[in-house]
Design a protein around this ligand. Structure first.
Ligand code: SF4
Ligand code: MG
Length: 323
């Protein structure tokens, strides 16, 4: 709720005030058990920082994070530790996020040992073997090292490591972005199956709307540190209301060329998250900007069916912008 993360960015002049990068600037959402919420936006929009702040890999500047109703954003490291078991991350790059010197057994066993979840070696080996089954890797993978595997297989190892301590919430930060198209689909399908089998909650962070369409229940679109549109997957893909979402969607290839969306090409640069413009942050790139957009910052508010939220002056409950 109201999550903020500002990074110090030095001073513009010796006596001037300290500047901050507003990486995350008031983000609120909830994620249910067994639900997938995707956070989508261009690089630098703050989506990774949201994921990292929730897991407290980086401490938030402000706002609240709750797990099952309990505030966790201000807990001491010691109080946070038992909760860490329940919240894990799968990173973008399975090549650099797995220690090349360790065997797959040791990589997957590490969190089990750290959290004291196995009583003896036999139990540990059995857990590792079952985790390999879970991510559809052969059990003899345990004896090998990460470099012996393909990118997709390595990401399966990363998922097994995240599941190892019994995670209920997994934050996937660009978890399939580095993979080839067909491998991407396999990992997306695996995550979807695992969610069904284990009742996982997934926060799926991606720059690519096309990828999230096949696994997500809801989508939050971020621009410059804020959520600009949030809706169920079906609503967002069928009736996007924010001009930025429409531009992102217009770049998603569709199988039927007759149904192709009119391509919206955004001009202009993303403003600096240090010198945020007055009014709407998307104004400089928005094909539909009106005078009011220069002065008034649009708030995220209901627009359309239940749960559809849009931060745009043109997207009131009944005045959908044309196009
Ligand atoms: Fe565009 Fe104005 Fe809507 Fe911002 S508020 S997205 S500038 S129309
Ligand atoms: Mg990122």
């Amino acid at each position: 709720t109201g999550l903020r993360k500002y990074f110090p960015a030095g001073r513009r002049s010796l006596w001037g005030p300290a500047c901050h990068v507003h990486a995350v600037d008031g983000v609120s959402f909830s994620l249910d058990r067994g639900e997938t919420l995707s956070i989508v936006g261009e690089s630098g929009c703050g989506k990774s920082t949201v994921g990292r702040s929730i897991l407290r890999l980086t401490p938030p500047t402000g706002g609240e994070v709750r797990l099952d109703g309990e505030r966790i954003d201000h807990l001491s490291a010691a109080r946070l530790r038992p909760l860490r078991r329940r919240m894990q991350m799968v990173f973008q790059d399975p090549f650099s996020s797995l220690n090349p010197r360790l065997t797959v057994r040791d990589i997957i066993a590490e969190p089990i040992v750290n959290f004291g979840l196995a009583r003896h070696r036999g139990e540990l080996d059995e857990r590792v073997a079952r985790l390999l089954d879970t991510v559809r890797l052969p059990r003899d993978a345990a004896e090998r090292r990460p470099h012996e595997f393909s990118g997709g297989q390595r990401q399966r190892i990363g998922i097994a490591r995240a599941l190892a301590p019994g995670a209920e919430l997994i934050v996937c930060d660009e978890a399939v972005s580095a993979l080839d198209v067909s491998v991407k689909a396999q990992i997306v399908n695996l995550l979807r199956d695992l969610q069904d089998e284990l009742g996982l909650s997934l926060l799926f962070i991606s720059h690519d709307l096309a990828v999230v369409e096949h696994l997500t229940h809801r989508v939050a679109v971020m621009y410059l540190g804020r959520i600009v549109e949030m809706a169920s997957r079906d609503t967002l893909f069928a009736t996007p209301r924010h001009p930025y979402t429409r531009a992102l969607l217009s770049a998603v290839p569709v199988p039927d060329p007759l149904a192709a969306r009119r391509r919206v090409v955004l001009s202009g640069d993303v403003p600096s998250p240090i010198d945020l413009p007055a009014g709407c942050r998307f104004r400089g790139r928005c094909p539909q900007a009106i005078a009011r957009c220069a002065t008034e910052d649009p708030v995220l508010r209901p627009a359309g069916p239940a749960g559809h939220l849009v931060a745009c002056h043109l997207a009131g409950a009944d005045d959908a912008p044309a196009g």
